[in-house]
Write a protein that binds this ligand. Structure first.
Ligand SMILES: C[S@@+](CC[C@H](N)C(=O)[O-])C[C@H]1O[C@@H](n2cnc3c(N)ncnc32)[C@H](O)[C@@H]1O
Length: 223
């Protein structure tokens, strides 16, 4: 189970290097993954969108650029990450816990969360909280890492547990943050398991789109 205090302190410590480290460690693939997510969201034409665990605002800013008419609010519990999001131009931010959000039921047309759900202490409860704040007919999009199936799985795990932590320590000076990344990916449900979690939280029509051979995935669902 993820410890929220550890997660908070970890992201506070790496906030200033988070954006660059992300792009370097994923060889820029995270930019393509967010761009795919934005295309999906654009088809929903949301008026009010909540980006949970917005961090330094990468996905929220991309959505706002693509959908200037959409009101985009970025929520995160880590002030140093939000401060960077604001400096990068995300005008609407809120510091709050994703597990207990200060919104009335049925407040948003769409909710996005990129590389965030994996960091929450209870995935099923988090999904139920997301469903609560979405309007009837609203849409959820989850973008996160996963483990590839087949022959790519073991080489990828080798990279995740033995190479990435060293590279990340060089880039951020924080080894624990990236040792944690590997563990969190191992325990995060992917594919059919995530679709089942979404159904269990009351969402309908869940979908799964593997990215880059399954090292990341986009899930969507409706209320
Ligand atoms: C890996 S970053 C993702 C940032 C951004 N969405 C992106 O795509 O780069 C995870 C973010 O989740 C936030 N987070 C983790 N647990 C949270 C919680 N319980 N409530 C709100 N934010 C949380 C962290 O503070 C961090 O900014």
């Amino acid at each position: 189970m993820v410890d929220p205090q550890f997660v908070h302190d970890t992201f506070s410590a790496i906030a200033s290097r988070y954006v660059a480290a992300n792009h370097i460690l994923s060889l820029g693939a995270d930019i393509l993954w967010r761009s795919r997510a934005v295309q999906i969201v654009a088809d929903w034409h949301p008026s009010d969108l909540l980006d949970v665990a917005t961090g330094t605002g990468d996905l929220a800013l991309d959505i706002r650029r693509e959908l200037p008419e959409t009101h985009v609010l970025g929520l995160d519990f880590c002030e140093p990450m939000l401060a960077i999001a604001r400096r990068r131009g995300l005008t609407h931010t809120l510091r709050a816990d994703a597990m207990h959000m200060p919104f009335a039921d049925a407040s948003f047309d769409a909710l996005t969360i990129a590389f965030g759900l994996r960091n929450l202490p209870n995935y099923a409860e988090a999904l139920r909280e997301f469903k609560r704040v979405l309007k009837s007919g609203g849409h959820l999009l989850v973008l996160d890492f996963s483990l590839p199936d087949g022959i790519a799985r073991e080489p990828y795990r080798l990279y995740l547990h033995h190479i990435l932590p060293h590279l990340a320590t060089l880039l951020t000076g924080k080894r624990t943050a990236y040792a944690y990344l590997g563990q969190s990916i191992e325990q995060f449900p992917s594919g059919e398991a995530m679709l089942a979690l979404m159904r269990g939280a009351g969402f309908i029509c869940p979908t799964h789109l593997p990215l880059c051979g399954g090292i990341a995935a986009i899930y969507t669902a409706e209320v």
